[in-house]
Unconditional design. Structure first.
Length: 425
């Protein structure tokens, strides 16, 4: 089995960064010229100036709910079902060709698939999981409307594998196919793989599957070990219907390594501001895909960058994996409070380093406390800052709350801007 999928994985970090930043201006220009949405969102932006991470961070983040809202508005008006984000389509659309398939994800959000070989770039993750040319892969992601199965199938085909389109459900029928055809590899959710294993054990059978690439949900160490005890080596990958492969697990089992066509930022939830390395924040990606040229796409997922490089020799950035959702919007006394509002309060007070809004109390007795780490020393022991923060809380959220100064390093590094600590029992 080859050690790495290609030479891109072992480039020096400096070479990779130079190549990605060199590709950015053309990507921005293409997004502006080929995508009606980005023509509007990036109006006035000079592509040649977007050639560094600092410059990239000046552009707006497009979050999934915004993409959905644009798609819905466009469809209501009888326009582009992709909301202007796609550079490909079919007859009758602004872009009359280029789409091989179109998928529907919950929302509904529609995503195109182009004709590029390994369009979703999942072959890299499969190779890291030990998949090899000539193997038979049992693919148990859904083939109905959503792209999960096709993400895996395209990668398997790019590696030279044969695929059983198992889909989801029909466990007995799938077990029969597995016993008859003897696939050595599995792609799908970890929970369905466990179901297959348990059903096989109940029937006195042993699955021939020895390797797996799982995604779509968490695969905790306990489940990974449970599968390993039964001879199945399972690896995780992080992919979305919008971005394709973002990161993948390797034999080192130390976080997930980024795909080579992804520019990653970790930003403070509710903002577009990159956080310090190692701090938890929202995963934002720019994907160098000309068919669906996403620029600063906010996935809504939380993660953090790991220091150093992978012991397997892959030199790309590593992330910790999925650490929760960034959308922490909550309702207080009948009013929605958003992470972006907390960010606006912080923005008004340069003395503030970090902040966390804690909502506590019981039903009908909501209380808001803004916990703040601030630069020291502060005049009058911070009393004027506390008063100013409480005034900003009223102005921004239209609700009264209390501000409390806490010591440096007190706030947890978990990416939360809003913590709902209320009791509902």
């Amino acid at each position: 089995m080859p050690t790495h999928f290609d030479a891109l994985e072992t480039r020096t970090p400096a070479d990779r960064e130079a190549a990605l930043m060199a590709a950015l201006p053309a990507h921005i220009r293409h997004a502006q010229s080929s995508s009606a949405a980005y023509a509007e969102l990036l109006a006035g932006v000079e592509p040649e100036c977007i050639n560094s991470r600092q410059a990239l961070a000046s552009l707006p983040v497009v979050r999934k709910h915004e993409l959905l809202e644009r798609q819905q508005a466009s469809r209501r008006a009888g326009g582009d079902p992709f909301g202007g984000f796609s550079a490909i389509g079919w007859k009758g659309l602004l872009r009359p060709s280029g789409a091989r398939r179109v998928f529907q994800s919950p929302g509904p959000i529609y995503e195109p698939e182009g004709h590029a070989r390994d369009y979703w770039r999942s072959a890299r993750a499969m190779a890291a999981a030990g998949f090899e040319a000539g193997e038979l892969v049992h693919n148990c992601f859904s083939y109905h409307l959503t792209p999960g199965a096709w993400i895996m199938e395209s990668g398997a085909h790019a590696l030279g594998c044969t695929v059983i389109p198992g889909g989801v459900g029909n466990t007995e029928q799938q077990l029969a196919a597995v016993q008859d055809l003897q696939p050595s590899a599995y792609a799908g959710t970890p929970s369905f793989l466990r179901i297959l294993v348990e059903k096989a054990e109940q029937a006195g059978l042993v699955l021939p599957i020895r390797k797996a690439l799982v995604s779509g949900e968490a695969c905790p160490p306990s489940l990974r070990h449970w599968l390993a005890e039964r001879g199945i080596c399972a690896y995780q990958c992080y992919a979305t219907a919008d971005a394709g492969l973002i990161a993948y697990e390797t034999a080192s089992r130390e976080g997930l390594v980024l795909d080579e066509q992804v520019i990653l930022e970790i930003v403070r939830p509710g903002t577009g501001d990159p956080v310090a390395e190692g701090e938890v924040g929202e995963v934002v990606v720019t994907v160098l895909n000309p068919d669906y040229p996403l620029v600063r796409f906010g996935t809504g997922d939380l993660s953090a960058v790991l220091p150093g490089t992978c012991p397997t020799g892959r030199t790309n950035t590593r992330i910790k994996g999925w650490m929760g959702r960034a959308d922490q919007t909550t309702k207080v006394k009948g009013m929605f409070v958003h992470p972006s509002q907390v960010a606006e309060i912080v923005r008004r007070h340069p003395e503030v380093l970090r902040a966390r809004l804690v909502v506590s109390g019981e039903m009908a007795d909501d209380r808001m406390v803004l916990q703040v780490e601030a630069r020291q020393p502060l005049p009058d022991n911070g009393r004027s800052l506390v008063a100013a923060l409480e005034n900003s809380m009223r102005e921004v959220t239209k609700l009264r709350g209390q501000a409390v100064l806490v010591g440096a390093g007190t706030l947890p590094n978990d990416g939360k801007v809003i913590e709902d600590a209320r009791r509902y029992d």
